[in-house]
Every structure is written in C-alpha cells, then in structure tokens.
Design a protein around this ligand. Structure first.
Ligand code: SAM
Ligand code: SF4
Length: 476
C-alpha cells in the first residue's frame, strides 16, 4: 500500500492513545446490576451482538452467586453455539531471552543478573522445531525478549527458518509471534515472512500502574506499546492479538480496557482482535509485583466468562500458566485455543533434561506440565475435539472470527471437519495406541451425530480415509 501524506495524517489520528482511565472508572463505579439487567445483557450476547462498555461494567459488578451462575451459563452457550466443541492447540517456542527492558514481573528483565541469557542459533531452532513436530505440533507462537538482536529482519528470518523445517510428516503450518511492538516498516517485514497472528499484551492498561512495573527500556513508553497494533494494521498485519497481564492492576479495569481496545480496533480498521489473552502472573526469577492485585480463581473464571460474552467472535487463549484444574474449569466458558506440551526453558524441547523447571532459564513458572498427548487425551475424554487446523489463514479466509460469528453453519462446514482431519493426522502419526483408539471413536461419533445431516459428510469421510492411507494436509 502506498502511503500519501494524507494517509499519514489519518494514521497519526488513529494512533492516538485511546484509553481514558477516568472514563473507565466512571463506568465501573456507575454500574448497578439487577437480575433483569444482567439477564438482558446475557441475552444480547446470546443473540450475537457485541456488548458495550456500560454492559460489560454491569457484568463485572454482578458478583452475587445467581448472576455469576447466569454469566457462566451464557458463556457456555456462546462457546457451544459459536465455537462448537473444538479446541485449537499450539505451543510456544522461545527464541531468545536477551532483553533491554525492566519489567519487574518478568524473569528476562535486564536487571535480573541470575537469568542465563541465550538466543537459539539457526541449527538449534531447527532441532527445537523437529522435536515439536515429533510431538505432533502444527502451530507455534515464537516468543522473544526485546533487544536490538531481535530486529524485524531477524524475527522474519526465524519465522522462515521454522516454516522450512520438515521432518517425516511433520511441518509447522502457522507461526504466530509474541514480541515487542515494531514500527510500520518492521511490521511489513515480519508480515512478508508469512506470520499468522502478531500478539502484543499491554500488560496493564492503566498508565500510572504501567509506570510501577516498567522501569526502563523502550517498553517504559506506554503509548508506543498501546498503539503498536495500530501500526501493525497500518502495515497490513490485520491478524492481531491483544492481552492484559492479570495481577498488575485491578482486574475490573483491565477487562474494561481490553473491550475498549477491541472497540478501537473495530472502529478504526473494521476488524477486531483475532485473539484476546488473559495471562495471570506466575512466579518468575527475582520478580517483584504488588500482591494486592493478584486475581483469585473465582474471579479468573468470571473474567473468562465476561470476555466471552463481551466479544463473542474473538478467540480466547488460555495457557499453561494455569494449573490443570483451572484450565479444565474455564475451558467451558468459551476458550478456543490452549497450549499443550509447553516448555519455556530455551532449547528444552530437544534437550532431555531433568523435569524440574529452572526459573533462571525461563521467563516464568508454568503450572501445567502435561505432555501434548496427555492434553489431547484429556480433551478427547471430555468430548472436546483437539484441532491443529490452519485452513482459514492458508485459504485467505481472513476476518474468520466474523465469519464464525455471523455465518450460521460455519463451524459445521469448516471448523469441525478440519478439526477431525487434523486430529486424524495426529492419531495416525504420533498417538500412542490408547489415544489412537479414543480419538478415532470421537471422530466416528462426531460423524454420526453432529455432522450426520451435513451435505458434505461423504467427502469428510473420504478425506479421513485418505489420511488413513497416508495423505496429509487436507482441509476445507
Ligand atoms: N518481550 C516481549 C514483550 O514484552 O512484549 C514479548 C513478550 S513476553 C516474552 C510474553 C508475555 O509474557 C508478556 O507480554 C507478559 O504478559 C507475560 N509475562 C511476563 N512475565 C510473566 C509472569 N511472571 N507471569 C506470567 N506471564 C508473564
Ligand atoms: Fe523483556 Fe518482555 Fe520480559 Fe519485559 S516482558 S522484561 S520486555 S521479555
């Protein structure tokens, strides 16, 4: 796209900070929920309409037992009606932990002299990706500290390196990024390497609180980070992920601000965030945070359910920062993506080391250490279809979340069949016998129930047979 001076002016306007803390607090403080208003808001969401800030504030304030139950039931309804029962799986791959910033909650921060610093060399990236492929992974998110070493060109190089690794039937079909915000040129460079989503978490949306934790380095500039995804959009990266790190400031404020950020992206670019992440702080090497903002499990479940109702079309990502019990509980409230078989220590997918986590070699502690296969087996047992689908992104069906949300039958036409096809590949290539049997049973059951009346059911069955016969990468 050619940028005219006129265009720059518009871009500048768009990139103005859009969070007004007083406005957000006014909404929170003014909220007066009644059982009727809460139910009306839930019904609005169930009829597939986005919620506004006032409505979200009302759900946040509705903390009595009955309302919380109703909010969770509404979120469950959206999950099944919009997303079906598939859960997309991915793994993080840490490329380098050098960092010039000083985020007090993070083990990678520059002042932490205990952290063992390294950047994977190309041959190590290849080994890591081979190990991930050997486990059955198809979707990765690459993660980097912020450092001059990790320029846009370097990030693009690592993305291409990852896509180039093929081992047996293994390949990575979608690479997402979690890295520092770039300038417009930088985003263009990274886009050309074929990335999926570019994620940037604002950490805390409260400007004053942001100063407490971001002591030095480029990341100390709140506004540059806040407008990072605008620059991504201006560069043509239209698949972006937002997030807040829960535990830094009042969670009610962060939920409202995530919705405000969503409104901003929708208003300026006509496309909302592809994903919303809601990581909770966990222990990190020599980290320092204010304990009064820690979010308990009860409120965490409410956060997930409220986000689900507020933005029904957007993917919600839940990570191994959470323990298995919490993961299983909130999965029901509309989470659409989880990581599986996660290891955060740099180089640890291909190195067999003792299993205890070493916080001086990783960013923070994870609380779910299950292997990918264990995660898959548990999903199957609960009737969820593990999916490695990358079809929409590869077929250029962008704005897919809108499609899922707005086009009736989208899940049955595309998502469920593609989940079955990618699960079938996993079962054939990587699953132990027990998972293999359970997985094929689930596939057959889904064909006999959910997909029974579907027009293309014969074609789905045919493709499953082709996969059994050795074909790979089939999708609708
Ligand atoms: N360095 C880049 C940045 O800060 O944007 C890339 C992302 S960082 C490696 C990944 C994310 O991990 C951060 O955005 C932050 O939200 C999260 N994180 C950092 N420390 C954490 C902790 N102690 N517990 C949980 N999540 C943490
Ligand atoms: Fe560096 Fe990111 Fe950690 Fe901050 S959160 S210290 S920028 S790696």
């Amino acid at each position: 796209m050619k940028f005219t001076p006129e265009k720059y002016r518009i871009a500048d306007e768009r990139m103005k900070p859009f969070i007004d803390p007083d406005e957000i607090w006014e909404y929170i403080n003014a909220a007066k929920p009644t059982p009727e208003t809460v139910q009306n808001i839930i019904n609005k969401s169930k009829s597939k309409q986005r919620l506004n800030l006032q409505e979200v504030a009302t759900l946040i304030a509705a903390d009595d037992e009955e309302s919380v139950k109703a909010i969770k039931a509404g979120a469950r309804f959206i999950k099944t009606s919009v997303y079906g029962n598939r859960i997309v799986l991915f793994a993080p791959l840490y490329i380098g932990n050098h960092c010039t910033n000083n985020c007090t909650y993070c083990g990678f921060r520059t002042d932490n002299k205990d952290q063992q610093r390294m950047t994977l060399e190309d041959h190590e990236i290849v080994k890591e990706v081979e190990a991930l492929e050997d486990n059955g992974q198809k979707r990765l998110i690459l993660v980097y500290g912020e450092h001059p070493k990790y320029s846009a060109e370097y990030i693009a190089h690592t993305v291409k390196t990852v896509y180039g690794v093929k081992k047996g039937n293994g390949e990575i079909r979608r690479v997402n990024i979690n890295a520092a915000p770039l300038d417009i040129e930088g985003f263009k460079t990274v886009k050309e390497s074929g990335i999926g989503t570019y994620q940037i978490f604002q950490e805390t949306y409260h400007p004053e609180a942001y100063k407490w934790y971001h002591l030095s380095g480029k990341k100390a500039d709140y506004n540059y980070r806040l407008t990072g995804l605008d620059r991504a959009q201006e560069a043509g990266v239209d698949d972006v992920g937002i997030g807040a790190l829960f535990g830094l400031y009042d969670w009610r404020f962060e939920v409202m601000a995530l919705i405000r950020h969503t409104n901003h992206l929708e208003a300026c670019y006509n496309i909302g965030p592809h994903t919303i992440s809601f990581p909770r702080i966990t222990d990190a090497s020599t980290s320092q945070i204010k304990k009064q903002y820690m979010v308990n499990d009860h409120d965490f479940a409410r956060i997930v359910a409220i986000l689900r109702l507020a933005v029904p079309y957007t993917g919600l990502i839940l990570t191994a920062r959470e323990n298995v019990a919490v993961r299983n509980e909130v999965l029901d409230f509309g989470v659409s993506q989880i990581d599986g078989g996660t290891k955060l220590e740099l180089g640890s997918y291909h190195e067999t080391k003792n299993e205890t986590q070493n916080l001086n070699r990783e960013q923070f502690m994870i609380n779910d250490n299950r292997s990918l296969n264990e995660v898959i087996e548990e999903l199957i047992e609960k009737g969820n279809i593990p999916s490695f689908c990358t079809a929409c992104y590869r077929l250029g069906r962008t704005g897919e979340h809108f499609m899922e949300f707005s086009v009736p039958g989208f899940i049955k036409r595309y998502c469920t069949p593609n989940a079955l096809l990618t699960l079938a590949e996993y079962l054939q290539d990587y699953a132990p016998k027990e998972t293999f049997d359970k997985g094929w049973k689930l596939i057959e059951k889904t064909l006999e129930t959910e997909l029974k009346e579907q027009k293309n059911v014969a074609e789905i069955k045919d493709r499953l047979e082709q996969i059994k016969a050795g074909k790979r990468d089939l999708y609708f």
